[in-house]
Design a protein around this ligand. Structure first.
Ligand SMILES: [Cu+2]
Length: 165
């Protein structure tokens, strides 16, 4: 899946009016690392503060991790985890202008639909191995040559032994 651009709250944008449930919005979507989150709002009445988990729950806007205030803020989330955003205007977070963006690990490596094609390729490599089956006498043949070579070496050794005696 390619990274997507998400307008937080969709057509409602980032607002208080309309009692938008941002967590419901977020949980209805599946995000992935690399997604862009667009916060659209009137900067005279709202802003976007990235806060810690505890500040998110208490709506504490006093020590944000990051502050956005342009009214059209695009935030790219590159690594998995929880990202908490609230509006820093008085009472807005308490009224529900807050969102917990949970970005799971990229579905690619764990997703069974993607990892399963490795199984057929494994199977084909087994089929390839069994294709060597008819050639099995081949290696045993060369093994025979090896034995002959050892025998010759042994004879040579005995020859040397006799020379030294
Ligand atoms: Cu606000």
């Amino acid at each position: 899946m390619l990274p997507k651009e998400r307008v937080v709250g969709d057509s409602a944008g980032w607002a208080v009016i309309g009692n938008m449930d941002y967590n419901k919005w977020a949980s209805s979507k599946s995000f992935q690392p690399g997604d862009t989150f667009l916060f659209q709002y009137n900067p005279s009445y709202h802003n976007v503060l990235q806060v810690s988990r505890s500040d998110f729950h208490t709506c504490d806007a006093t020590s944000p991790i990051a502050t956005y205030a342009t009214g059209n803020d695009s935030i790219v989330i590159r690594s998995p985890g929880h990202y908490y955003y609230i509006c820093g205007f008085m009472g807005h977070c308490q009224a529900g202008q807050k969102v917990d963006l949970r970005v799971p690990r990229n579905i690619g490596p764990d997703g069974s639909p993607i990892s399963s094609p490795t199984l057929p390729s494994n199977v084909s490599s087994i089929a390839e191995a069994s294709a060597y089956g008819p050639m099995a006498p081949g290696p045993s043949h060369s093994n025979g040559h090896f034995v002959v070579f050892h025998y010759a070496l042994l004879c040579f050794g005995f020859g040397l032994l006799f020379i030294f005696i």
